[in-house]
Design a protein around this ligand. Structure first.
Ligand code: SF4
Length: 295
């Protein structure tokens, strides 16, 4: 792992801010990156360096929702609003066993769907969305999920985030998926200043080759879930600390930071991490098996 730069050292080409209370520069204390005069070329280089470091750290990064076809991923992504992928993965096997395609789900008794997806929260609204979504798929797309962004975003309950998840992972069309983790990290990396998901998508798209968009999305979200948490980022155990203008926002002591890591990086999960690193092609399967063991 790269050794972190000093907490208050500015990045090359940036202007050092004055330290605030607790020795943390004011911008960092406010959660904002400190890079103020970086050229677009410098920003691109740094962004791509971060992507390479994340690729080395998470060679097993993948979509964490379980699916076998575009329909299942579309439904799982709709269900993932306001809940965890783990919870969604717990309910979808039964849901897809009962309703394997849009026609079956469009004709389902809503109360039966509600019962199955209850654990994901907002289950009444989600059921309404799923039935409306499947009805539209049957009526206008012959029961087949369309593979174009402009069609997907017209479906009930499907925004750009969901559409990009489906395009990137079920159709192989590059897409940047801006969820809460991606947005937070893009701001911490100084890739964007925006809070608006569509603007973030455009800002980040400028920094990377299109072919990298889908895997970049997975890696950034993986990093957000495991290391760069919303409240207590584990800066002292972060593989991109050298290139992150927000270094110092979280715990910088390496031993304390290591305790903040989650999932396969958490202390005690070395065997799972080793398995994921050794069998990257089976990462989704290994993750599912480990989740079943925890339940
Ligand atoms: S955990 Fe890493 S990516 Fe997040 S703020 Fe700290 S150094 Fe930056």
């Amino acid at each position: 792992m790269a050794s972190p730069r000093a907490a208050k050292a500015p990045l090359a080409g940036s202007t050092a801010p004055a330290a605030g209370a607790g020795g943390v520069p004011p911008a960092q204390a406010a959660g904002m990156p400190v890079v103020s005069s970086e050229s677009l070329l410098g920003l691109k280089r740094r962004a791509r360096r971060i992507n390479r470091a994340l690729a080395e750290k998470y060679p097993y990064a993948h979509a964490e929702l379980d699916f076998r076809n575009p329909f299942e991923l579309l439904v799982a992504t709709v269900l993932s609003a306001q809940t965890t992928d783990v919870t969604v993965n717990q309910v979808t096997p039964l849901l897809f066993a009962r309703y394997p395609d849009p026609r079956a789900m469009a004709e389902a008794d809503p109360a039966a769907i509600e019962e199955i997806i209850k654990a994901t929260g907002f289950f009444r609204a989600k059921t309404r969305s799923l039935v409306a979504l499947c009805t539209r798929l049957v009526d206008e797309y012959n029961g087949v999920v369309p593979g174009r962004l402009e069609d997907l975003v017209t479906l009930p309950g499907v925004g750009r985030k969901t559409a990009n998840v489906v395009l990137g992972n079920a159709f192989g069309v590059p897409g940047i998926t801006v969820d809460t983790h991606f947005g937070r990290l893009a701001r911490r990396f100084g890739w964007t200043q925006s809070e608006d998901p569509v603007q973030i998508e455009y800002d980040v798209a400028e920094l990377f080759e299109k072919r990298d968009w889908t895997m970049l999305s997975h890696r950034v979200v993986f990093h957000g879930r495991r290391v760069c948490h919303s409240r207590r980022p584990a800066c002292g155990a972060c593989p991109v600390a050298n290139w992150c203008p927000s270094y110092g926002l979280g715990e910088t002591d390496s031993a304390k930071a290591a305790k903040l890591l989650k999932y396969e990086l958490a202390p005690g999960n070395e065997a799972l991490l080793a398995q994921l690193q050794a069998e990257t092609h089976r990462a989704a399967e290994i993750r599912m098996e480990s989740q079943k063991r925890i339940q």
